[in-house]
Design a protein around this ligand. Structure first.
Ligand SMILES: CC[C@@H](C(=O)O)C(=O)SCCNC(=O)CCNC(=O)[C@H](O)C(C)(C)COP(=O)(O)OP(=O)(O)OC[C@H]1O[C@@H](n2cnc3c(N)ncnc32)[C@H](O)[C@@H]1OP(=O)(O)O
Ligand code: CO
Length: 134
């Protein structure tokens, strides 16, 4: 069911500073910042030969990453995103397996313009999983 690793997401306290470190210290290809108010985050994608890194910071009130940053002041790995062919079929299979699908199970459009869903970290070894329809 899950396919390619689409991205690894890192929450950061200072997005411009993190972007500069990836660009200058790590020599990585960084994209422009994208504000995603429907997700409560501002993101920059770092393009790697085989996947992407999503650098993100809270945007606006009630961001879902505020709590994480409060617990991890320097930032940290926040989620991994796997690609799936059929997001709704994946959701139904996961719900049937007893996994918790966040956001009421309704997909939202993610940063790549594709529907995404999130699975509760407690159901997957302490790892927040995002599924993106390809
Ligand atoms: C850019 C758009 C899109 C894309 O296209 O890529 C995105 O990636 S948007 C990214 C931001 N959006 C989301 O993360 C949505 C899903 N996340 C959530 O709904 C919440 O973050 C959460 C997973 C429900 C956590 O909420 P929070 O308020 O931070 O904490 P809780 O108290 O509810 O946490 C319960 C429990 O889970 C642990 N936890 C929380 N976040 C993580 C995490 N990222 N990885 C691992 N564990 C996590 C938290 O520590 C609590 O554990 P205990 O204290 O042991 O109970
Ligand atoms: Co993501």
């Amino acid at each position: 069911m899950i396919g390619r690793l689409n991205h690894v997401a890192i929450v950061v306290p200072d997005l411009p500073e993190a972007v500069a470190r990836y660009r200058d210290a790590l020599g990585a290809e960084v994209g422009p910042p994208q504000d995603l108010p429907e997700h409560g985050v501002r993101v920059v994608f770092v393009t790697l030969p085989n996947t992407k890194v999503e650098l993100l910071e809270p945007l606006g009130e009630g961001s879902p990453v505020e709590g994480f940053l409060g617990r991890n002041a320097a930032g940290g790995i926040h989620h991994v995103c796997y690609e799936v062919e059929d997001l709704l079929a994946a959701r139904d299979r996961l719900v049937a397996s007893g996994a918790r699908v966040l956001g009421g199970g309704e997909p939202k459009v993610g940063a790549h313009g594709k529907p995404v869903l999130f699975l509760h970290p407690k159901d997957f070894n302490g790892t927040l999983i995002e599924l993106e329809q390809v």
